[in-house]
Write a protein that binds this ligand. Sequence first.
Ligand code: FE
Length: 233
Amino acid sequence: MLRQPARAISPRRRRTTACALAIVTVGTGAASAFSPCSVLAGRGRGLSQKSDNPAGLPAAPKGALTDIVIPSVFSGGILEGIDVCEGGAKEDPRVWVPQTDCLSFRPLCFCTSQGYYVNLLRFTGGGILGTHRHPSPVHALTLKGGWGYKEHDWHADAGTYVFEPPGETHTLVVDADCEEMVAMFHVTGALIYVDADSGDVTGYDDVFTKLEKAREWYRKCGLGEDYAEEFIR
Ligand code: FE
């Protein structure tokens, strides 16, 4: 039985040093176009980053690559004039697969042939995606709201790109005062859920578990199990 740790959290302020830097450099358009400073995280391989989870699991083990955090990739008005819903048609809300009480996902690609998936992750009213480890890389692009990892100082606001290096163990947090957070995640391999206190593995998610969740939901909601098949490559 797989466990998907997610729960509502109380409002709190996250550390926003990284965000402040983003605003100064590229956030409002007041500053000049591109600046190398807009990449917030370090470069290359880092030393083991100590985590604040009770089990002492490293946010990044020794020799792992450092994360990349680029805010405001939508700056310069590149999204202007783009209709988010083609033809003005109303989106069928059933395309969103409920995963927990505060988290749902919309599949874009289930790449069963290469072991990755691409999906939009949506949190409503804040919440936590429990502590998990990535044996393979993850790419994320925030479209709405904001999120972060308990183990890192940066905060990914709308328009922020994040590269999560293989080896990361982290806990995704969306603040309770964030009405809605939507981000595109490209996940290679798996999320291996661990108990933050003991470090014990409690479950996992990969392209196959996500596909099963989608099939089950689409069957239940009336879109039909086959709806999920459209995204398999
Ligand atoms: Fe993650």
